[in-house]
Design a protein around this ligand. Structure first.
Ligand SMILES: *Cc1c(COP(=O)(O)O)cnc(C)c1O
Ligand SMILES: [Zn+2]
Length: 414
């Protein structure tokens, strides 16, 4: 990989050769992939990119840590739509809002970006089996992307994982271990099993390439905005890998001169589980927190990418905001009704956080904001119904229909 220099520990600075099965530093710190930006700059221009007919995350290959001859992974990951949300912007009292709907990835979450990267690196490593532990989406995306590439998967999920995600896992043919315990318990068991059997490791806590896959969401947002930098980007945070990846992508673009400034990040977590935001609020190191929220994908009490996430929030002069489950459910309904976008609870937590910050007057009226929806609502229909209600249920009878409309104060006249 001529574009990559090494993997460097974010804690102690020690450097490692960027081999495909790179893991953590000897000190326990997670590695950051370091690029040769001068080399990249001389081979990669906005023009090259504009002429490239590849609507997937692999269109940014020059900025990704893969060998030139490593094939694109089979599923169409990335290039999700960036919608202008003018009506919602008005409602929130900001100048401009875009919704990046990453729930439209092949397995319906942003995690596909990391899983596609894991599959590419596993292929480079010559591995036949990949494993991970996950709150749900990393698992289903790994299972799907691996199935498409002909790799076997062992997946560890906490038993609370919603049915939609488990259904995906079973459909993609993964060997699924549902662990009776917290995400932390799940992670520990997966770690022991991976050590024992030597599977390729897709845990974002350990594999430094995953946030490189996730950074493509930032690359795309900027290309889709024609390199016009927004003031803020709001995103939900659990383990911390996603926000760190987003920031890495933005910094890459800044380093090669594609953008001339950087946005501020908005880190949105659940009131019931916000160890990363708490560390920013208090200025103290992070420490574990209970996992008490319906937004299962971000119910991460022991974030494994806290170091990278905290750095990203601080470097970007970012804002942190914690939202209650009620605020998350309200955002689900708000995005659905104003944008036609259906997000899972963790998927809309960024938007819920943005709404709260707007109401608190912490976002200037002239702000231009992107909100990333990280996962699709169909993964967890039980919570969607809880958030948005039940339909009118009547027999096939016109009188009953009129009655129901009258009761609910619905005016059917066009
Ligand atoms: C994983 C996930 C997140 C958070 O990403 P982290 O890397 O864990 O911070 C947010 N939303 C959804 C839908 C997810 O699956
Ligand atoms: Zn180290």
């Amino acid at each position: 990989m001529r574009n990559v220099i090494c993997g460097r520990c974010v804690k102690c600075g020690r450097e490692y050769e960027a081999v495909p099965n790179l893991t953590n530093c000897a000190c326990g710190g997670i590695l950051d992939i370091i690029y040769d930006y001068d080399y990249i700059k001389s081979h990669f221009t906005k023009q090259t990119l504009a002429e490239r007919n590849n609507p997937t995350m692999w269109r940014y290959r020059e900025l990704l840590p893969v060998e030139p001859d490593t094939p694109d992974t089979p599923l169409r990951v990335g290039w999700s739509p960036l919608y202008e949300a003018d009506r919602l912007a008005k409602q929130l009292g900001i100048a401009k809002l875009w919704i990046k709907d990453d729930g439209l990835n092949p397995t319906a979450s942003l995690k596909d970006r990391a899983s596609a990267m894991a599959v590419a690196k596993a292929k480079e490593a010559g591995a036949d089996v990949i494993a991970c532990s996950s709150t749900g989406n990393a698992a289903s995306s790994l299972a799907g992307n691996a199935a498409a590439a002909g790799l076997k998967t062992f997946i560890f999920v906490p038993s609370r994982a919603p049915k939609g995600k488990v259904a995906q896992l079973m459909t993609f043919g993964a060997t699924v271990i549902s662990v009776q315990g917290s995400y932390e318990d799940t992670f520990e068991l997966s770690k022991q099993a991976i050590d024992k059997w030597g599977w390729y490791n897709r845990n974002a806590a350990i594999n430094p390439y995953l946030s490189e896959g996730k950074k493509t969401v930032g690359l795309e947002i900027m290309e889709q905005l024609s390199w016009q930098v927004p003031d803020y980007i709001a995103i939900s945070v659990g383990d911390g890998c996603t926000i760190a990846g987003l920031w890495k992508g933005l910094k890459d673009l800044y380093a090669i001169g594609f953008i001339d400034r950087l946005p501020r990040l908005i880190s949105a977590q659940a009131e019931g589980c916000h160890p990363i935001n708490r560390a920013i609020e208090t200025g103290e190191p992070w420490y574990p927190m209970e996992e008490n929220t319906l937004a299962d994908s971000i119910a991460v009490g022991v974030p494994r990418n806290a170091d990278k996430a905290l750095m990203a929030i601080r470097e970007s002069d970012g804002l942190v905001v914690n939202v209650t489950d009620e605020e998350i459910m309200a955002a689900q309904k708000l995005l659905g009704t104003t944008c036609g976008v259906f997000g899972e609870p963790a998927g809309v937590t960024g938007a819920a956080g943005l709404k709260k910050l707007c109401e608190q007057g912490r976002i200037p009226k002239d702000a231009k904001v992107v909100s990333v929806v990280t996962g699709n609502g169909l993964k967890d229909v039980a919570n969607a119904i809880k958030a948005c209600g039940e339909p009118i249920s009547i027999p096939s009878d016109m009188d009953r229909l009129l009655e129901a409309f009258a009761q609910r104060n619905i005016h059917p006249e066009a």
